[in-house]
Write a protein that binds this ligand. Structure first.
Ligand SMILES: Nc1nc2c(ncn2[C@@H]2O[C@H](COP(=O)(O)OP(=O)(O)OP(=O)(O)O)[C@@H](O)[C@H]2O)c(=O)[nH]1
Ligand SMILES: [Mg+2]
Length: 709
C-alpha cells in the first residue's frame, strides 16, 4: 500500500543564521540513510545549500525541501535561511509545514532571528520544538540558552534532554523522556544506551515528572491514571505529548551537535512518534473563509508555495497537496487563470535531487516541472472544485534601489532576468516608473539586493549598479482659478487655431457641480498614479464643438502626467471647460490639445500649487539599549513619532517618515543596533512637502530642464 496521510510529517527548520539548521538537516538525512555521507558548509557539499550562490556565501538563501523515511513516516524537512532579508522563504515554508524545529545556537542563546521566527510560530499557531545545537563548542552554554528560551517563550518550553558533558568532547545526552543516557562514538551516529549516572539522575527524574505532567494535562483520564499509578506508559505519554505539541502547550527542547552528528536521529524518532501529521492540524483556510479537510480520498487540490528556475531545467514548482491524491498525468485547473495544467511528472526531492514518483497523497509535498502558467500562491484543482487556498501573505518591501541603466541591449537582458527573479520571489518588486524615468527595485534589505545583483550577474554576465531612487512626488493645487489660452499659428498653408477657457480647482470627494456653469457632460477618472481627475464640459451655444472635448481633455492629462512644478504626476484636480473659440478651417484636435496644455499649465501655477510627498508608517522594534540612538537618528529624518510601547523584550516605535528620508534606512538601523532591531513599513499617505524643500525641488527641476534644452 502507498503512503498514507497519517504517516506524513512536514517539518520546517527555523532559526537565527548560523545556528546550524543546514547542518542539522544534513545529519537528519544521514541518520535516515537518505544520504551516504555528511556534507559540510565549509566544503560546500550539503544537500540543502545546493545553489552556487549559497555555496559561495556559506549561508542558506533559499528554502529547500528534503525528505527521509523514518519507521512508518515520510518526513519532509524544509531548511530555511536565517537571514532576515530572506524572510519570504521562511513564511512560504511555514505555510505548508505542520511542525517547526527552532534551532538555537548553544554558544549564543536566543538571538534576534529566533525572536523573529517566534512571531510566526505564534501567528500561524505552528506546533514547535527547540533544538539547542553546537553543544560540542567550547563556549556552549546549555543552561543559559535554555533559561533564555524559557524567559522569552514561556513556561511551555520544557527540556526533554540535557548534556552530561557539554563543550569540547561532548558525546553524552541524558534523555529525560526515555530516562536513558545516549553515549555517542567519536564521529557520532548511532549511540549506545547507558543508565543515567547517579549525579544526573535527580535532575532527569525531575524533568521526567514535568514532562509526564504536561502530557497528562491534555487529557483528564491520563491525569487520573498518572495520580493512581505515578507513571504512564510511553504509548500513553505519546498521545498526551502529541496533543500538548499541537495545542502549543509544550515546546520540547532537544540537544545536538549537528556537526558531529549527535542527537539528530533521536529528533527524527520524536517526529515520527509525536509530531502531528497534516491531518492532525486544523483544516486549511480558503480565500472565501471556508475550510478544506486534508483527505486523500477527497477531490484533488494542490497549492504552489514556491517556484524556482534551475539552469537546463526551467521552472520547478513546489507544492503541497491539500486534498485528494495527485497522480502522474492528472489535469488540474488553475483557479486564478483557468489554465489547465497536466502534471506529466511528479517528484519527491532532496535539495536538487529529484526522484520520480507515481502519486502524491493529501498532506505531502511534491514537485513538478514545466507547468505552463502557474505560480506561487496559485491553487490548482480537479475539475469542478472551485476553491482557492488562502495565499501566503508576504511582507511589504522595506528598501528601494534604482538601477543605473546599462546599454539598451543589456538593459533588455537585465529586465528579463529581474522579472524572472520577481516571479519566484514575491518579496521583491520591479517597478518601471515612467514619470521618474527610473527602474526601481523594492526588496527586504541590502543583502537581498546584493543577492539579486549577484544572480543577475551570474545569469546574464551584466553588472547591475545601483543609484539613489527618486521620490514619486505629486503635485496638486490649493485654490481655484480660471482663464483662457489661444493657440494660433499661421505659417504658409493650413493654420492652427484653438482657444479654450477653463476653470481649475482642487477636487475632493462629493464636490458639488459649479453653480454658475451648465454641466453638459461630466467624467471622473481614477488616475493610474493615484488620485482623481474630474473633467466637466460646460460649453453652451456651441462656442467649441463637442468633438474637441476629447483633445482638450487629453491635453490636460498630458500636463497632469508631467506636472508644471517638478514634472511629477498631478492629482485631485477638477477642470471645467466653459468657453472658447474655433475656426472653421484652422481648428483641429492638435490645436485644441496644445491650447489645453498651456491653459492648464498657466492656471496651475496661479492656483497655489503644492508639492506632496509619500509618507510611510514605519514600525521599529528594538532592544532598549539602542533606543536612544534610534530616536536621535529619527529626528534627522523629519519623523513624526506616533507612539512608543514596550513589546515583550523590545521597545516598539511607530513613526511617520517621508520616503525621501528612508533611503538605506535598513543599513543605518543595522549599524545603530548591531543588527538587533528590525522594522516594517507601509505606505500611509501623501502630505505637503515643507516650503523650503518644495522650492529646492522646483529649482532642481528647472535647472535640469535647462540642461536638457
Ligand atoms: N561546532 C559546531 N559547529 C556547527 C554545528 N552546526 C553547525 N555548525 C557550523 O556553524 C556554521 C553555520 O551552520 P549552518 O548549518 O550553515 O547554519 P544555518 O542555521 O543553516 O545558517 P543560515 O543558513 O545562514 O541560516 C557552519 O560553519 C557550521 O559548520 C555544531 O553542532 N557544532
Ligand atoms: Mg542554512
Amino acid at each position: 500500500m502507498g503512503l498514507e496521510t497519517k504517516n506524513i510529517r512536514n517539518v520546517v527548520l527555523l532559526g537565527h543564521s548560523g545556528s546550524g539548521k543546514t547542518m542539522l538537516t544534513e545529519a537528519m538525512l544521514f541518520e535516515a540513510k537518505e544520504i551516504s555521507r555528511i556534507g559540510t558548509i565549509e566544503s560546500k557539499s550539503t544537500t540543502s545549500d545546493f545553489t552556487n550562490i549559497e555555496k559561495e556565501k556559506q549561508n542558506s538563501i533559499f528554502s529547500s525541501i528534503m525528505h527521509a523515511s523514518w519507521k512508518d513516516s515520510k518526513i519532509n524537512l524544509i531548511d530555511t535561511p536565517g537571514l532576515d532579508d530572506f524572510v519570504g522563504e521562511v513564511i512560504s515554508s511555514m505555510k505548508v509545514a505542520d511542525t517547526a524545529g527552532i534551532v538555537l545556537n548553544g554558544t549564543s542563546g536566543v538571538e534576534v532571528g529566533t525572536d523573529l521566527v517566534w512571531e510566526y510560530i505564534e501567528r500561524f499557531k505552528t506546533p514547535a520544538f527547540f533544538v539547542i545545537n553546537q553543544l560540542d563548542h567550547d563556549k556552549a552554554d546549555y543552561e543559559k540558552t535554555l533559561e533564555q528560551a524559557k524567559e522569552r517563550f514561556g513556561a511551555n518550553v520544557i527540556p526533554l534532554q540535557f548534556p552530561y558533558n557539554e563543550g569540547k568532547g561532548f558525546n553524552k545526552i541524558v534523555d529525560a523522556l526515555r530516562m536513558v543516557m545516549y553515549v555517542f562514538p567519536e564521529n557520532g551516529g548511532k549511540p549506545t544506551k547507558q543508565d543515567i549516572p547517579a549525579d544526573a539522575l535527580g535532575k532527569a527524574q525531575e524533568i521526567h515528572n514535568q514532562i509526564v505532567e504536561k502530557a497528562a494535562e491534555e487529557d483528564e483520564s491520563l491525569m487520573e491514571k498518572f495520580f493512581e499509578e505515578g507513571s504512564l506508559s510511553e504509548a500513553e505519554l505519546s498521545n498526551g505529548l502529541k496533543l500538548a505539541l499541537i495545542n502549543q502547550d509544550l515546546y520540547p527542547v532537544f540537544i545536538t551537535s549537528a556537526k558531529n552528528n549527535m542527537g539528530a536521529g533521536r529528533i527524527m524518532g520524536f517526529i515520527n512518534d509525536i509530531a502531528p501529521s497534516p491531518a492532525d492540524r486544523p483544516p486549511a483556510e480558503l480565500e472565501d473563509g471556508k475550510t478544506l479537510e486534508c483527505n486523500s480520498k477527497g477531490q484533488t487540490s494542490v497549492f504552489i508555495f514556491k517556484t524556482m528556475s534551475e539552469p537546463q531545467v526551467g521552472l520547478v514548482s513546489y507544492f503541497k497537496v491539500y486534498s485528494g491524491t495527485l497522480k502522474v498525468g492528472d489535469d488540474l485547473t488553475n483557479q486564478k487563470n483557468r489554465t489547465v495544467e497536466r502534471f506529466n511528472q511528479l517528484f519527491t526531492t532532496n535539495g536538487k535531487n529529484r526522484q520520480p514518483i507515481e502519486e502524491i497523497v493529501a498532506g505531502d509535498l511534491g514537485v513538478s516541472l514545466k507547468l505552463k502558467n502557474s505560480h506561487t500562491n496559485n491553487t490548482v484543482s480537479e475539475k469542478g472544485l472551485e476553491i482557492a487556498i488562502d495565499p501566503i501573505h508576504f511582507p511589504e518591501p522595506r528598501i528601494r534601489e534604482a538601477i543605473i541603466p546599462p546599454g539598451k541591449a543589456e538593459m533588455e537582458k537585465l529586465m528579463k532576468s529581474l522579472h524572472q527573479i520577481e516571479e519566484e520571489d514575491l518579496t521583491f518588486v520591479v517597478e518601471q516608473n515612467a514619470t521618474l524615468k527610473q527602474t526601481i527595485l523594492h526588496g527586504q534589505g541590502q543583502l537581498h539586493m546584493d543577492i539579486i545583483k549577484y544572480r543577475v550577474e551570474l545569469a546574464q554576465g551584466i553588472s547591475m549598479e545601483f543609484t539613489k531612487p527618486k521620490v514619486p512626488y505629486r503635485e496638486t493645487i490649493t485654490k481655484s482659478s480660471q482663464g483662457s489660452y489661444r493657440h494660433k499659428k499661421q505659417t504658409g498653408g493650413a493654420g492652427q487655431f484653438g482657444e479654450v477657457h477653463m476653470r481649475i480647482e482642487p477636487y475632493y470627494e462629493g464636490i458639488p457641480n459649479p453653480s454658475d456653469l451648465t454641466v453638459r457632460n461630466a467624467d471622473l477618472e481614477d488616475l493610474t498614479w493615484g488620485g482623481k481627475f474630474s473633467f466637466l464640459w460646460c460649453i453652451v451655444g456651441g462656442a467649441i464643438d463637442k468633438n474637441y472635448s476629447g483633445a482638450i481633455k487629453k491635453g490636460v492629462l498630458m500636463k497632469m502626467e508631467e506636472g508644471p512644478l517638478t514634472g511629477s504626476n498631478v492629482q485631485d484636480i477638477r477642470v471645467a471647460v466653459y468657453d472658447g473659440k474655433m475656426h472653421a478651417v484652422d481648428s483641429s484636435d492638435m490645436a485644441f490639445m496644445i491650447a489645453a496644455q498651456y491653459c492648464f499649465k498657466d492656471l496651475f501655477i496661479q492656483s497655489g500649487p503644492k508639492l506632496l510627498e509619500p509618507i510611510y508608517e514605519v514600525s521599529i522594534l528594538t532592544p532598549e539599549e539602542a533606543m536612544g540612538d534610534i530616536m536621535g537618528d529619527l529626528q534627522t529624518r523629519r519623523a513624526i513619532i506616533l507612539g512608543m510601547d514596550s513589546e515583550g523584550h523590545y521597545q516598539k516605535v511607530i513613526a511617520k517618515i517621508p520616503l525621501a528620508e528612508l533611503y538605506r534606512y535598513s543599513s543605518t538601523l543595522r549599524s545603530l543596533s548591531q543588527g538587533r532591531s528590525k522594522y516594517t513599513m507601509k505606505f500611509s499617505e501623501y502630505a505637503p512637502v515643507p516650503m523650503d524643500l518644495q522650492q529646492h525641488l522646483i529649482n532642481e527641476y528647472k535647472a535640469q530642464e535647462e540642461e536638457e534644452k
